[in-house]
Design a protein around this ligand. Structure first.
Ligand code: NI
Length: 167
């Protein structure tokens, strides 16, 4: 749990960099990959968690500009990656400017429960990680080797001298 804003920002930046590497691996064609027929596309999922960042922070009392045109999923993977890069670094600045370490202990209603702002911020990171995991699977289905977020993808174990990767 985050005791200080600086704890949170460190974790936020670390995860944002990992998410950025996943998004940087997307191709325009891969954005159409679906979870199942009529399911959400990879592009919609990536755009959802990107545009959700300012919406989420606004909902919990921070002042941050929303992303325009959130309904239309970009057809360019690069546009999504750049938007994520801008919004994630902007969000870090907004939180640093508008909240203090004391703000993290304050309680407000979130999803029908009473939660501290520290937990609420952790929820935003978890939301992105949840969808980032979906995206790495959809990338496989789209024929792309995903970035190894917390460990190497299967192709890279051999470079580490491991012939039979652990399951
Ligand atoms: Ni979501």
């Amino acid at each position: 749990m985050y005791i200080t804003i600086s704890d949170f920002i460190k974790e936020w930046n670390k995860e944002a960099l990992l998410t950025q590497k996943v998004l940087d691996g997307l191709t325009d064609d891969s954005l159409a990959q679906q979870v199942y027929p009529e399911g959400r596309t990879l592009g919609r999922i990536a755009w959802h968690f990107t545009t959700n960042i300012p919406d989420y922070l606004t909902h919990f009392g921070l002042k941050i500009d929303k992303i325009e045109n959130t309904e239309n999923v970009p057809s360019s993977a690069q546009e999504i990656a750049i938007t994520f890069k801008n919004v994630s670094s902007h969000a870090a600045k907004i939180i640093e400017q508008q909240w203090t370490d004391e703000s993290l202990e304050q309680i407000q209603e979130a999803f029908g429960r009473q939660e501290s702002n520290a937990t609420i911020l952790m929820g935003l990171i978890k939301h992105i990680i949840h969808h980032r995991g979906q995206i790495t699977i959809l990338m496989r289905q789209a024929g792309i080797k995903p970035f190894g977020v917390y460990g190497p993808p299967k192709e890279d174990w051999v470079h580490l001298g491991v012939e039979n990767p652990p399951l």
